[in-house]
Design a protein around this ligand. Structure first.
Ligand code: SAH
Length: 336
């Protein structure tokens, strides 16, 4: 709002015009300056000449026959495509957004990282994923998870601007408590985010209960020691009072044994946290498989025995390439 007000003043317009503009952008979710009918044609012209208006174009929308989950593919101004997901829960609608075009983190089981990183998304490009989905679906979005393609903490400044506008009372006004940011564990950025003292939830992609095993699954573990990652998580909790979510993708025969569960419980004991177990969603480029249902349930029971808070993530949208980066990847491959 401050930046808009300064820009509007520089164009020789009155400050209330900035308010109107902000409303059109972040509350009425306009797709272009043309829709802003209470602004003069002259002002709209000046805006067009000075600021590009970012608007994503939907190129595909897949609706799951199983659970109503919707996957969206959007095209950006430079021709890149990104994907977002709308999930319907009893507590409201949740949108999962991408934070980058591609990803450079190199997690072994993830489809988003296979083509590497193309570029960071702008705050506007993160916001418009939610704006477009709310408009196209005609339903209110109450929760946002930054768990799509990309590593949000690798795009830190844009992520922060995005979070502030998303949760601004003059915008969609989504409660910070209804926003989750998921990271593979970039230690110094977790600490920086903690210092912002936002009320958002931090989700940490753990996937292994020791450093050696984590290195086999996640390239980022070659850079950061597991203990340092957990210390940063403790710091996040101390600064914000927000309980950490640990994501643990169960991969058959790799990290799903009793010993893994025991080690995991020991690793997290005393930490105010919640563990989310996600049976790995197999991608065709790798031969990872999901464990049998009984193995997943046993793993959960074991953790509970050690008094760890744990849930098994409901799998949604498997019939529509629901996992990280799958739809985008198949779209790009079909274009070739
Ligand atoms: N870069 C961030 C957010 C994007 S990935 C992060 O790493 O947390 C969101 C979550 O999905 C992460 O926990 C990631 O490890 C997990 N994930 C990615 N591909 C998966 C797959 N094929 N099956 C199960 N979980 C997957």
């Amino acid at each position: 709002m401050e930046e808009l007000t300064a820009h509007i003043a520089a164009l020789g317009e009155k400050p209330f015009r900035a308010k109107q503009l902000y409303q059109w952008m972040h509350r009425k979710l306009a797709d272009s300056y043309d829709e802003m009918t209470n602004l003069s044609a002259a002002l709209r012209g000046k805006l067009r000449d000075t600021c590009e208006y970012i608007h994503l174009e939907m190129v595909d929308r897949k609706i799951s026959a199983v659970d109503g989950t919707e996957k969206y593919l959007f095209r950006l101004a430079d021709g890149s495509v990104i994907e977002s997901v709308l999930m319907r829960y009893h507590h409201g609608n949740s949108v999962c957004i991408s934070s980058q075009v591609g990803c450079r983190m190199g997690c072994r089981f993830c489809a988003s990282t296979i083509g590497g990183l193309t570029r960071n998304l702008l705050p506007s490009e993160m916001l418009d994923q939610i704006y477009q989905i709310q408009k196209i679906s005609g339903e209110r979005v109450s929760n946002v998870v930054v768990m799509g393609t990309g590593e949000p903490l690798d795009n830190y400044d844009n992520l922060l601007r995005f979070l502030r506008i998303l949760t601004d009372e003059n915008g969609l006004n989504i409660s910070q408590r209804n926003v989750t940011v998921s990271t593979c564990g970039i230690v110094e950025k977790i600490r920086a985010l903690a210092d912002e003292k936002l009320q958002i939830t931090l989700a940490l992609s753990l996937h292994a209960s020791n450093q050696e095993k984590r290195k086999q699954l996640m390239m980022v573990a070659h850079k950061y020691e597991l203990q340092d990652v957990l210390d940063a998580c403790r710091y996040y909790f101390d600064q914000t009072g927000r309980r950490i979510t640990f994501e643990y993708s169960l991969v058959g025969g790799v990290n799903d044994t009793e010993q893994d569960a025991r080690e995991l419980a020991a690793l997290l004991s005393g930490l105010n946290c919640h563990v989310n177990l996600i049976p790995v969603n197999p991608i065709k480029e790798r031969n990872f498989v999901e464990p049998e249902r009984a193995v997943v349930q046993d793993f959960k029971n074991k953790l509970e025995k050690y008094r760890i808070n744990v849930t098994i993530r409901r799998e949604m949208g498997r019939d529509i390439a629901g996992a990280c980066g799958q739809l985008r990847k198949s779209y790009i491959e079909n274009q070739k």
